[in-house]
Design a protein around this ligand. Structure first.
Ligand SMILES: Cc1cc2nc3c(=O)[nH]c(=O)nc-3n(C[C@H](O)[C@H](O)[C@H](O)COP(=O)(O)OP(=O)(O)OC[C@H]3O[C@@H](n4cnc5c(N)ncnc54)[C@H](O)[C@@H]3O)c2cc1C
Length: 325
């Protein structure tokens, strides 16, 4: 295994990474996207997308294929590897190391490694993912018009999304394992004043069950005080118990928020020059395919400008050296 040299290394082939790859490739920069699985990111966990402009409805897998082939058309390479570390070297370049020992040297890196919603880890959760189990209200809420659904969690995300989901659902059960929410008071107020939300306190979901069509139809609940169990009829369950950005691969300190999302400037640059972050991995208001592709675009254009400045500086230094000679 050796070291390969690129101008732009992109970590993660979700919508942000593939868009960054498209723009960097089209700018004729030697670009590689390193992805540990199949290209697509969270698109591969999404059955249908109805809010990507120009596509009234598109399968997540189809959109992922289109993104990948479009980026490849402009010369962006895709390597299948698991990145374990991105480290800035003394000369300002980055070394991106993979778990098979291969490494990449580049003056710029764009981190588009996304994040992972924390799961309940209960029977039925994986089986019914996309068939009633969701981790994204903006993405999937519209599929539950007139349904009776459940939201799990007690923080801001769970309370806000429960409130949001009542636009579509006839009724939303908000299931929380404790007897009070962690959410801010203003968000809690919205929940308590919403007649379509019924809070179920001190309760955990132990299993998700489905009907003959393979769609969620009920949840097995356990009261944590009385230890009694019961079934709750619900055709959807939205889980908001946390989201973990994939940032542990960044070896050096970059500024981040309390939950670990990377802080960037308007050019998607982190607090380390030459290191950019785009998509779900960074601090922002909402996390969607549209925002990820926007971030990826900005990051690639900014990386190109950064490279141009580096080259100009090198030329100026070389010219100054010749002048001295
Ligand atoms: C169930 C679900 C449904 C959704 N539905 C919609 C929807 O309908 N509409 C919408 O707009 N948005 C939707 N979203 C949100 C949308 O999918 C994300 O906002 C978007 O995919 C973010 O893109 P990204 O490129 O930032 O990250 P991701 O899509 O998460 O891609 C990150 C990629 O990085 C790779 N990676 C991570 N770590 C490493 C590593 N160490 N080495 C190599 N590769 C690595 C991952 O394997 C992954 O492929 C949904 C999300 C979920 C979870």
């Amino acid at each position: 295994m050796g070291t390969q040299n690129y101008e732009v290394v992109i970590v993660g082939a979700g919508p942000a990474g593939m868009t960054a790859g498209l723009y960097a490739g089209r700018a004729l920069l030697k670009t590689v996207v390193i992805e540990r699985g199949a290209p697509g990111g969270e698109l591969l966990n999404t059955e249908a997308i109805e809010d990507y402009p120009g596509f009234e409805r598109v399968e997540g897998w189809d959109l992922a294929q289109k993104f990948a082939s479009h980026a490849a058309k402009f010369g962006c390479e895709f390597h299948t590897r698991n990145v374990v570390q991105i480290k800035r070297q003394d000369d300002g370049t980055f070394e991106t190391t993979c778990d098979d020992g291969e490494s990449y040297r580049s003056p710029t890196v764009i981190v588009t490694a996304g994040g992972t919603p924390i799961k309940l880890g209960i029977p039925g959760e994986n089986e019914y993912a996309g068939k009633g189990v969701s981790y994204c209200a903006v993405c999937d809420g519209a599929f539950f018009k007139g349904h009776v659904i459940a939201v799990v969690g007690g923080g801001d995300a769970a309370c806000e999304e429960a409130d949001y989901l009542t636009r579509f659902a006839e009724k939303v059960y908000l299931i929380h394992r404790r007897d009070e929410f962690r959410a801010s008071k203003i968000v809690q107020k919205r929940v308590f004043e919403n007649p379509k939300i019924e809070v179920i306190w001190n309760t955990v979901v132990e299993a998700i069950h489905g009907d003959a069509k393979g769609l969620v139809d009920r949840l097995a609940l356990r009261d944590t005080i009385t230890d009694t169990t019961r079934d709750l009829a619900a055709t959807g369950i939205f889980v908001f118990i946390g989201f973990k950005p994939n940032t542990t691969i960044i070896a050096d300190h970059v500024d981040h928020d309390a939950t670990g999302y990377v802080l960037t400037d308007w050019n998607m640059q982190t607090t380390i020059p030459g290191l950019f972050a785009a998509g779900d991995v960074r601090v922002q208001l909402t996390r969607q395919v549209t925002t990820a592709v926007g971030d990826g675009t900005t990051a690639a254009v900014a990386a190109e400008k950064y490279l141009t400045q580096l080259k100009d500086r090198e030329k100026a230094t070389a010219a100054a050296g010749e002048g001295m000679a």
